[in-house]
Design a protein around this ligand. Structure first.
Ligand code: CA
Ligand code: CA
Ligand code: CA
Length: 502
């Protein structure tokens, strides 16, 4: 009585399969007068998918107080909705619709609780919604009670939520020019890692082995992790440096890493060796040193992964002020190229001259020098009291370098030890190569050889000196292996300190 809302679905049984489905139904509206007293009436409507058009149904109007003979509890159904992920996980908070249907029709009282918390009660209703929040595994338990007081058994639904993408990290091995990727996920767990080499590369499953550079060029490796729920992390990337072991000619500045005594926040030290020399550079396309306190001297520097034989360099300066203002950016008064000799900065020998043009490259040739660090030290222009800043669009450094051969990487440690009054030389050789190698250890007290030492394995050898007195000395290790298809032997010398045993 007084209930004008009719069920939104009707059960339809298909004779072909015997299957019963709930099909949406659209009934003509009932008027309050239709349901003012107990009785029966016929409603008309249409059923979705039913081609015949109109259907009719018999409606029984009952008094809610009439519960005589009702001993059957309602049936409870729990239906989750949210952003569905993979493997039964949701990637959002989840709304669970708890519906109760009673054999005598009408509304019921629903009690629902999330994760054993305080139950919420709603009624009389046909359904109620509860919200499940937070990453993890949850359980919703609900019961429904009909007007006669018949309570259903507990109905429960497991709800699994993971809204957080996994986090991956890439660790670059600069010597091997490879990146190892790992990832974790706190809730649903890691499903996969993928990588792609360079922009436009194809996403490829990461199988746990380091991703190597495909050739000698510099490459950017993109990677991302996906969790079991299907959350995909924002793509990350790592840079594999260029292999500069081969012969080098031409401009090697882009192979180096730029640094400077100071770089203004709106400028970029990387503009020095980005290969670009725009006619009207933006501030981000310049290396510049303007600041409130402008010192008399500034420097810029390149560092390479190995010493390179250098023969000349050229810089194009930039300015926004004429000389003599003591402010802004002006060309320097002078500059000098210096190389690191392993202990100190040394001026290059026989420089051809240091120009200061801001419209053309200022080229300097010098006596060839082999170094892994080159510095341009600049004397700022001033007005007698303060100095202007300095800036440049590009700094090129030219090489004529024969290259170094491929190397079999090993780590060698040597030390002296005593056993009573007898001294030993203890040698440890680690195979850092990605293939088996042969190892030959030579000491003043004997030679030992090992074949087919597997990658990552350590060879340990103690050689007795047969004396209590061991002077300081050296161990020479030859490592032989295959590098890029060729057999290569590398030699590593390790020093040890002298000792007196007993
Ligand atoms: Ca009932
Ligand atoms: Ca996750
Ligand atoms: Ca540039």
């Amino acid at each position: 009585m007084d209930e004008t809302e009719l069920p939104g679905t009707v059960p339809v049984t298909f004779p072909s399969s015997g299957e019963t489905l709930q099909i949406p139904a659209f009934w003509d509206p009932l008027e309050p007068a239709d349901v003012a007293a107990p009785g029966t009436l016929t409603v008309a409507g249409s059923v979705l998918g039913y081609a015949g058009g109109r259907v009719t149904a018999q409606v029984t109007v009952i008094d809610p107080g009439d519960t005589a003979g009702d001993e059957t509890p309602p049936v409870v159904t729990l239906t989750p909705s949210g952003s569905a992920g993979s493997a039964g996980w949701f990637r959002s908070d989840v709304r669970v619709r708890v519906a109760g249907a009673d054999d005598r029709g009408g509304r019921v009282t629903i009690e629902a609780a999330v994760d054993g918390g305080t139950p919420v009660t709603a009624g009389p209703v046909r359904y109620t919604d509860v919200t499940v929040t937070g990453d993890g595994q949850h359980t919703v338990v609900a019961t429904a009670t009909d007007r006669a007081g018949n309570e259903s058994d507990d109905a429960s639904l497991a709800v699994r939520i993971d809204r957080v993408a996994p986090a991956s990290t890439g660790t670059v091995d600069g010597a091997r020019r490879s990146v190892t990727i790992s990832a974790t996920d706190a809730t649903s767990g890691l499903a996969r890692i993928e990588y792609a080499i360079d922009t436009g590369g194809v996403w490829t499953p990461y199988e746990g082995r380091p991703v190597k550079a495909p050739d000698t060029q510099r490459h950017q490796v993109f990677f991302r992790a996906t969790d079991v729920a299907g959350n995909v992390e924002t793509t990350r990337s790592a840079v594999l440096p260029a292999d500069i072991s081969g012969p080098l000619t031409g401009n090697v500045a882009p192979l180096g890493t730029a640094a400077a005594s100071y770089t203004a926040g709106w400028n970029a030290v990387g503009a020095l060796n980005d290969g670009l020399d725009p006619a009207n550079p933006s501030q981000a396309q310049l290396w510049g040193t303007w600041s409130g306190t402008r010192p008399a001297s500034q420097w810029a520097q390149y560092t390479w992964a190995r010493p390179i034989r250098l023969t000349s360099a050229e810089i194009k300066f930039w300015r926004d002020q004429p000389k003599g203002t003591g402010d802004g950016v002006a060309e320097p008064d002078a500059w000098v190229l210096q190389y690191w000799d392993g202990a100190a900065w040394v001026d290059v020998a026989e420089p051809s001259g240091y120009g200061t043009s801001t419209t053309a490259f200022n080229t300097v040739t010098f006596a060839p020098v082999t170094t892994d660090r080159l510095r341009a030290t600049l004397a700022a222009n001033g007005n007698g009291t303060t100095f202007s800043a300095v800036a440049a669009t590009e700094w090129r450094v030219f090489a004529d370098d024969p290259g170094v051969g491929p190397v079999v990487p090993v780590t060698v440690q040597a030390e002296t030890r005593c056993l009573g009054r007898t001294g030993f030389i203890a040698v440890r050789v680690t195979n850092d190569h990605d293939a088996p190698i042969d190892v030959r250890i030579e000491t003043p007290y004997g030679i030992r050889s090992f074949r087919d030492v597997e990658p990552g394995r350590v060879v340990s050898q103690s050689l007795a000196a047969r004396t209590a007195q061991i002077p300081a000395g050296e161990v020479t290790v030859e490592a032989t292996g295959t590098v890029e298809g060729e057999q290569v032997t590398s030699e590593v010398v390790a020093a040890y300190q002298g000792t007196t045993c007993g």
